[in-house]
Design a protein around this ligand. Sequence first.
Ligand SMILES: Nc1ncnc2c1ncn2[C@@H]1O[C@H](COP(=O)(O)OP(=O)(O)OP(=O)(O)O)[C@@H](O)[C@H]1O
Ligand code: SF4
Ligand SMILES: [Mg+2]
Length: 382
Amino acid sequence: MPLIVWDSPLKTPPPCCIFLAMESRGGRIPGLLFHRPVGILPRSMDALLDIRNLEVRLALREGVVRAVNGVCLQLSPRRTLGLVGESGCGKSMAAKAILRILPPRGSIASGEIWLAPREADGSPVDLAQLPANGKAMRRIRGSDISMIFQEPMSSLSPVHTAGNQIAEAVRLHQSVTRAQAIDRAVEMLGLAGVPHPEQRVNAYSHELSGGLRQRVMIAMALCCRPRLLIADEPTTALDVTVQGQILTLIRRLQQEFSMAVLMITHDMGVVAETADEVAVMYLGRIAEHAPNAALFARPRHPYTVGLLESVPRLGQDRTKRLHAIPGHVPGPFEVIAGCPFHPRCSQRIKGVCDTGEAPKLREFEAGHHVACHLYPAKEGAA
Ligand SMILES: Nc1ncnc2c1ncn2[C@@H]1O[C@H](COP(=O)(O)OP(=O)(O)OP(=O)(O)O)[C@@H](O)[C@H]1O
Ligand code: SF4
Ligand SMILES: [Mg+2]
């Protein structure tokens, strides 16, 4: 019988996972000592990031905000996952939890965020268990996972040149000289489509247009070739032509760097154009998750249907009023029994939807998951 020491206080590895971990470390060792929770491996070894039952809480003076409620998501290399939902539904909090940059009163209450190793013989790491400001997490931020934010003006330093900010990010993760880091900044600005990068490297953010500032942000986020890019509303502050250019740029760099992208937006058009699969969030939960084509062709959750019906379309009868989902997103401290969407849902079933637990996300058709009592799990699905 092998000796197994498990020193992670929060996790008890199931026996099959211990066996898997032993296998992955070279076979049947009679005595084995674990000092890290390497024993629980992600469900799919193809996944770059595997988020399981993530719960994020914000402990405010007025009460506790359950910003993210049991979210499960997987991101695969080179794929784009679109995360959509109305304002306040927890998209940014989920993203910040991955990078461990939650606001001071925010914390991960439970759940796991598994990041696959860079090397084939490495072990996955649960980001939720790492100290937010520890060395390991600082190394992962920027070099493995990067984020670009909605408003580049407030994300860039007004007192440092674009080149200095990119060079600083490079030197944080790579042992290069300052001159080499500046050269890398010029190269990245060029890749991000900034014209005359050797001159713009010396520009301050107030000297750049909104589109150029966002390109600088992208150059900074990608300078260490991360495996995952989180783009949180990267085009919301831009006009529609620049928006198209930035989305094309992200797609091109994604292919060039073989990155996974988590595209966060409330714009269904952006998601339709960029994502391979889409997760729709409502009140901190995933309401529906499906491949892009299936979600747009056959949306199932009444909330997704409402979101899609509220998008204006070319050729639409202009005398008709645009559909709007009735009601509003409940306040952050409101507790809703049953399905969180039931107060706004035209298909709610009295006595079913408004009571008990929220419906679980279940696989209704192959790859198409819905959290709604109208869609029972397909046979054989969990
Ligand atoms: N710094 C903060 N302090 C207190 N509450 C916050 C903070 N940031 C977010 N929240 C709350 O957490 C919940 C989730 O917010 P989050 O920012 O994740 O929403 P979102 O889906 O990204 O919305 P948006 O589309 O407007 O960016 C909301 O109820 C919001 O009010
Ligand atoms: S569970 Fe009921 S209330 Fe919720 S979305 Fe489905 S039908 Fe509507
Ligand atoms: Mg947000």
